[in-house]
Design a protein around this ligand. Sequence first.
Ligand code: DOR
Ligand code: ZN
Length: 435
Amino acid sequence: MLLKDCRIVDSMGVATADILVEGETVKEVKKDIPARGEEVLNLKGAVVIPGLVDCHVHMRDFQEKKKETFRTGSRAALAGGVTAFLDMPNTDPPVVDGDTFARRVEAASKQSFCDFGINYGLTGESLGRMGRARPAAVKVYMDGSLGPVDRETMKSALESGHRVAFHAEDGEMLRRNLEYLRKEEGDDFLIHGDLREPKAELSAVKTVCELSLETGRPAHVCHVSYRKSLALLGELQTFEVTPHHLLLTETQLREMKGFAKTNPPLRSPLDVQALWGALKAGRVPVIASDHAPHTLSEKEAGPLEAPSGIPGLDTMLRLLLTLVSKRTLSLHDVVRMAAENPAAIFGLKSKGRLAPGMDADILVLDMKEEGRIDVDEFHSKARYSPFDGWKTVGAVRSVFLRGRLAYDDGDFLVRPGYGRFIPGQGPRAPPRPGR
Ligand code: DOR
Ligand code: ZN
């Protein structure tokens, strides 16, 4: 297949060129590639970027199909321009042993519309039970979601050579806070911000940085929300921010209650400003959705009972393109933070860039299309969003996944199960002194 007249945007620049696709991969990207009998599609100058790599999604499934399945979640992904995602292990049952990992791969392989990697959860014993699992990363829930994890265990995870991603909130602090806040629960959702106070994030980020430096290993911090966390993160650590932490504050938590409840919580305008400061300075490596679907009735519960999580796959790229239309962000930034960097950090070697030899995961965008976010149009089962009703500019027109037109103008042209498992790269060699 030959895609003619593409306006290709990546982190470095923009070029008008043709893309020759052979089978599942990009063969050549160049001006004026002559057609040699293959199918030709003239994009007439449409903007083209690589498929997004969302390194933080919760597809649920298993015992939580009422919240989301690989099928519904990956539809939202594909329609939202995400051609590869990394699934989180805080499932029911959790992915903390080799057999469950294999069952996760099997479930996703049968249902997913797009490509995927699977993360493996860290508990006191789980590293020794990995068996033949090939996770994209080991995920550490420092908030205790998968049970307590001590410093030594986290250190072993880093030393194992696997990529390690941290949910950085100090579980011990949260537990102490909960003890006295329980007595004060009223109907103000700001209590959630007190429970998961910024200091709990800061303390955990500090631990991650120490362990990363002690071991000489890179570490990835998920969904950074607090301004002071930014100051701690150094060269050896990467991190992500979410669209909701960039665009919303605790005011939305107070007003939209459970529907804006997420971990870490939405923060103050000062924090949002600081995240934007880092982003504008080119210091934010990754934007990820932290797609975390729940049911409507669960989200209608009280401040301490409602589960945390905002669905993000249906909205992430539309929100980012809207920021591009306002010149708050450049499309180069979007490609860097939502495709190139996450692919590089998590070892998805054939994803994130449009270059010879890479998977032909290609988004054709309409940069001008005006719309409005409407939860009733979500592909995710989670039909709620703090962004419901927001006006948007820019949309995904078509998505090619490994050379196949997979999504076009609202139609899904591949079957569930077209998505393919991307095994993790496995342990990396220990760092060598002097390098
Ligand atoms: O808000 C969140 N929801 N944060 C998490 O870390 C977990 C997630 C979930 O699984 O619902
Ligand atoms: Zn998450």
